[in-house]
Design a protein around this ligand. Structure first.
Ligand code: C2E
Ligand code: CA
Ligand code: CA
Length: 569
């Protein structure tokens, strides 16, 4: 039963003038009847005489039960055990329980086991019983209302706003206890969504929620669903996280054993002087280390990551100065058309390099993701595009010719409302043709907000820019989607080349990708081609254009001119 169902039941009941439902669990006939008579004016009553019957009825009416009156001495089981069982269950634990007992010793134990109240035997006056029942229901309904706002409605765990608040509160009461921050998510969740559908994946998330609920119930701490398939847990320090990952994966997979793979990033023994967000960012960077691994399930934040974080911070600080001092260089890597008898130079990709005064050449693999993360990439890309446009102009002027240059357009650039204007401005200011500049847009950009992105790309294409879909095959776009996309060239993700030509690889996948390109009547570019054998295989498969170390690494503009001169010979 979710909070939603329960919450709906309260106003519904009032609107319909229906009575709230109360379960009396009592084996003694006389006692049962006394309670029933006492309460039936105000409540709808159902009864159970044994623990098993009670369990059945609780499950059958879990959505609508407002209160359980529970005798501790039942013929088949101890009422306290049943109580504990209910309190371990995320859904059933919300139903308030009043314990009925003649034994004053059990009162404390009942309360610590999760009972809301107790009524001693022999029973007190009717008004007392009624007052206790009423108060209990009222408190629980108020609590339900609060739950409704502080919970994620799919999983019943806290939502992110309240999680932060409760995590601070948790700290307050556990100031000196070693505490771990965890980020947990599902590997390849997007792909699962595509393959198995939303309803199935919602069920998986719900199961994870229930398992995490049990985990924190047993071990202390708090848990929330942060967003989509990401969960956060803040709990007492422990060592056995692989076991937790296995346990959550098993629960999430349910009958489809092994289907769901869980990753956990752990920031162990958090530094409580830093802010909460930071503690979980660190757990997240740990989780990111095993992003694509299907064998590892737990990663820890460690000194290496700490150093990386510091380095990243340094690069961010250095960015503005570096841009002003022109420390960023644009290199060019040739693209060759290989379909004729002899490879023909047909273009170049502009790739940025950072000549850092202290660190030497920094690879874009290091700084691009960083700048994408905080939006600086827009400034950098604008700079690279301008340099590339100037370079094309210079080649035209000095050599009397040029080749189309493709520039990378990051996902973040697509959100810039001035994007089209900026790019068109470069063409105009440098007196270029639109076909001189190709735009490489990574496949994953399309999958995020496809309608908006599609419209922007279509607009650029209508202007006359040629659009290349970069890293094709690395995202999750379906064939249906690709057919509708405004693109002129597909640029195969390098991963396909790597795996096709690895020791145990075969070219089956390559062939499929080529077939897709042919089906769409769009030329295919393969990048990362390092050997003659790879080039010839691709040629046989019908690949049109090749880029890679086999022909050349990315080189400075002056060196690139050599390739153009050679063509002329
Ligand atoms: P990408 O767009 O997929 O670029 C191809 C990468 O493969 C380049 O790495 C290139 O140097 C490398 N490469 C080319 N041929 C071979 C080969 O035969 N073997 C191997 N192993 N690698 C090869 P690079 O220059 O380090 O760039 C990495 C990524 O950084 C690029 O991937 C692109 O996503 C991004 N990037 C580079 N420059 C820019 C830029 O100006 N703007 C934006 N937004 N992203 C950029
Ligand atoms: Ca690219
Ligand atoms: Ca690529």
């Amino acid at each position: 039963m979710t909070d939603r169902k329960r919450m709906h039941s309260i106003p519904d009941l009032e609107a319909k003038g229906r009575k709230r439902l109360v379960l009396i669990v009592e084996d003694d006939f006389v006692n049962r009847e006394i309670l029933k008579i006492n309460m039936q004016q105000e409540y709808e009553i159902i009864c159970a005489e044994t623990g098993c019957e009670a369990r059945e009825k609780i499950h059958a009416h879990s959505d609508t039960l407002s209160l359980i009156l529970l005798d501790l001495n039942l013929p088949d089981l101890n009422g306290l055990d049943l109580l504990r069982e209910l309190k371990q269950d995320m859904d059933l634990s919300k139903i308030p329980v009043i314990v009925l007992t003649a034994d004053t010793e059990s009162e404390v134990e009942s309360l610590t086991s999760g009972a809301s109240d107790f009524i001693p035997k022999p029973y007190p006056r009717q008004e007392i019983i009624m007052a206790r029942a009423r108060r209990c229901i009222e408190l629980s309904e108020n609590r339900d209302l609060i739950r409704w706002t502080e919970r994620d409605h799919l999983t019943g765990l806290f939502n992110r706003d309240y999680f932060d608040r409760y995590a601070e509160q948790y700290d307050h009461y556990h100031r000196n206890d070693p505490t771990d921050a965890l980020v947990l998510d599902i590997s390849h969740f997007r792909m699962m969504n595509e393959r198995f559908g939303k309803a199935y994946c919602d069920e998986v998330l719900r199961r994870i929620g229930a398992e995490l609920f049990t985990f924190v119930k047993e071990n202390g701490g708090i848990a929330c669903r942060w967003e989509a398939d990401t969960f956060q847990i803040y709990c007492p320090h422990r060592e056995d996280y692989p076991a937790l990952a296995a346990r959550v994966a098993a629960a999430a997979s349910g009958p489809d054993e092994g289907r769901v793979h869980i990753r956990i990033g752990v920031n162990p023994n958090v530094d409580k002087s830093g802010d909460m967000e930071r503690r979980f960012d660190r757990a997240k960077s740990a989780a990111d280390m095993i992003r694509s691994s299907l064998t590892e399930s737990v990663a820890y934040y460690n000194d290496d990551l700490r150093q990386k974080e510091l380095d990243a911070g340094q690069l961010l600080d250095d960015f503005r100065g570096a841009l002003a001092e022109e420390q960023f260089l644009v290199y060019y890597q040739p693209k060759y058309n290989i379909q004729g008898p002899k490879p023909v130079l047909c273009g170049a990709e502009a790739l940025v390099r950072w000549k850092h005064p202290e660190r030497g050449m920094v690879s874009p693999g290091t700084f691009i993701p960083l700048f994408e993360h905080n939006g600086l990439i827009r400034e950098l890309d604008n700079y690279v595009w301008r340099k590339a446009a100037l370079q094309i102009r210079r080649w035209k002027d000095q050599l009397g010719c040029s080749v189309p240059v493709s520039v990378n357009v990051s996902r973040i650039d697509m959100l810039d409302p001035d994007l089209t204007e900026t790019l068109c401005g470069l063409i105009k200011d440098n007196r270029l043709d639109f076909s001189d500049l190709h735009l490489e847009i990574t496949e994953s950009a399309y999958t995020e907000d496809s309608k908006q992105i599609k419209d922007i790309v279509a607009g650029l294409r209508n202007q006359g820019f040629k659009i290349e879909m970069d890293d094709f095959g690395s995202g999750y776009s379906s064939l249906n989607m690709i057919i509708t996309l405004p693109i002129d060239l597909l640029k195969l993700d390098m991963g396909f080349i790597r795996s096709a030509f690895s020791e145990s690889g075969d070219t089956g996948m390559l062939k499929i990708m080529m077939d897709i390109a042919h089906h769409l009547s769009v030329p295919m570019i393969a990048e990362g081609v390092e050997t003659k054998e790879q080039m010839l295989t691709l040629k046989d498969l019908g690949c049109d254009i090749v880029q890679g170390y086999y022909f050349s690494k990315p080189v400075p503009a002056e060196e690139f001119e050599e390739f153009m001169r050679q063509e002329e010979k």
